[in-house]
Design a protein around this ligand. Structure first.
Ligand code: NAD
Length: 422
């Protein structure tokens, strides 16, 4: 049994992320050497993990850990288990993490890890063996002061507990802050679980206030109903938004009056799919994206909003919850059509902010109350949005360009002070 890595989509994503960085570096007046440095990750580990599968065969899984930039502190970034994982895609995601940590002024650089596998068809035992083997192999380059993984697509708090355990066995003592996104019982933080959704809501509420959008009763469609999508749906629903349609990889469901989110979550958790939920109509992804609503939220994978469906979008506000959920071509189309597009590195940064809080609490060996966490969290997300907005207004650029200028400018400043050629 051998997995075959297809790097073609990863190359497309890498080229997009880097050409966008080059454009922004030009606006910031950065010299070519900064561009060259930012195009290459600082450290990359490529692995081929042998795992004894339940049927007695040995599977070999391609895997990577990429540390894109370490100038602002140890690197931080999730670990993805997905069949489409690739090296270039992982580098691109690690670079997005560098921008994301910088935009919210968290003292981390960007990293990402990935294993090319399909966790949905693996048993719990197979996944745990894979996680422990991966941990073993990457342990020389991870650590609380070096590189701190977190959950991402295909991984969760259990995966993080297993990584913490594996790393701690080598260390000879418990090292909780080698990962974030852990269960609370092994050093996780209050509020980490749905941090992406809460961070997104803080930004969306600011935007709604400024643009005179009344969120109560506003209409929303949501693409993707995994860890991130479910959290967003729950928070939107609590705010009084009417979510008319939601999709996952099996298709979508629609209700003219608005979906009952608790019931949808229960149905999805029980059946593993949205398909066939009683009291809803089936809708395909093309129809869903083109619905006449106020807000569209892509929360699935890369490029689900692309040049083919961007021209059909009617929502006036688009919130890119998924990393690289909107292709660069689609961004241009949406901007030209006057849409207000909130970029991934701003709206989904809540995950890394709460990860930082978890890391700090582990370091202090002292845990904060929920209310303390929420106050600090809100302040970071709201301040960041206004910093971005002020660049947008003063430089007359899109939200995405403003966000990247803020983030890449901070990374470049750190590189300048520390020196590029020690
Ligand atoms: P997940 O795998 O739990 O969920 C992804 C969802 O998207 C699933 O419901 C899947 O069925 C659905 N999907 C796949 N293809 C689709 C398509 N073409 N149309 C509609 N739905 C489709 O992943 P997640 O952890 O929820 O992450 C979602 C996105 O958020 C990713 O881009 C990820 O990088 C980003 N993100 C995740 C975290 C995190 O902490 N998990 C943090 C920041 C950003």
């Amino acid at each position: 049994m051998e997995n075959i890595t297809d790097n073609s989509n990863g190359i497309i994503l890498y080229n997009e992320v880097m050409s966008e960085m080059e454009d922004v570096a030009g606006l910031l007046g950065l010299s070519d050497i900064y561009i060259k440095r930012l195009k290459k990750p600082q450290k990359t580990m490529t692995l081929h993990l042998p795992i004894m599968m339940d049927n007695g065969e040995i599977g070999i899984f391609d895997a990577w850990r990429v540390q894109h930039n370490l100038f602002r502190g140890p690197s931080k970034g999730g670990i993805r288990y997905h069949p489409s994982a690739s090296l270039d895609g992982t580098i691109a995601h690690a670079a997005l993490m560098t921008w994301k940590c910088a935009i919210v002024k968290i003292p981390f650089g960007g990293a990402k890890g990935a294993v090319c596998c399909d966790p949905k068809v693996m048993s719990d035992v197979e996944r745990e063996k894979l996680t422990r083997r991966y941990t073993w192999e990457i342990s020389p380059i991870i650590g609380p002061e070096k590189d701190i993984p977190a959950p991402e697509v295909g991984t969760d708090s259990t995966t993080m507990a297993q990584i913490m355990d594996g790393y701690s066995i080598f260390a000879g003592y418990s090292v909780p802050n080698v990962v974030t996104g852990k269960p609370i019982s092994v050093g996780g933080s209050e509020g980490r679980r749905d941090a992406v959704a809460r961070g997104l809501m803080y930004v969306l509420k600011e935007v709604a206030r400024e643009r005179h959008i009344y969120l109560f009763n506003s209409t929303v469609v949501l693409q993707g109903f995994g860890k991130v999508g479910k959290g967003i749906a729950r928070h939107l629903s609590e705010t009084g938004c009417r979510i008319l349609a939601i999709s996952d990889s099996s298709g979508g469901i629609y209700s003219e009056e608005g979906l009952d989110i608790d019931a949808v979550i229960e149905y999805k958790n029980t059946n593993g799919t949205l398909k066939g939920m009683p009291g809803t109509e089936a809708i395909n992804n093309d129809e869903l994206v083109a619905l006449d609503v106020d807000i569209l939220i892509p929360a699935a994978y890369e490029h689900t909003i692309n040049k083919d469906n961007a021209p059909t979008i009617k929502a006036s506000v688009i919130v890119e919850a998924a990393n690289a959920g909107i292709s660069r071509e689609a961004y241009h189309i949406l901007n030209d059509r006057g849409k207000f597009v909130l970029p991934d590195i701003l709206v989904n940064a809540g995950g890394v902010v709460l990860s930082y809080f978890e890391w700090v609490q582990n370091k202090q060996e002292f845990f904060w109350q929920n209310v303390e966490i929420e106050e600090r969290f809100e302040s970071i997300m709201v301040t960041t949005y206004h910093e971005v907005k002020s660049i947008m207004d003063s430089d007359n650029v899109t939200v995405r360009t403003a966000a990247l200028k803020l983030a890449i400018g901070r990374v470049a400043e750190a590189m300048k002070y520390r020196g590029l050629c020690p």
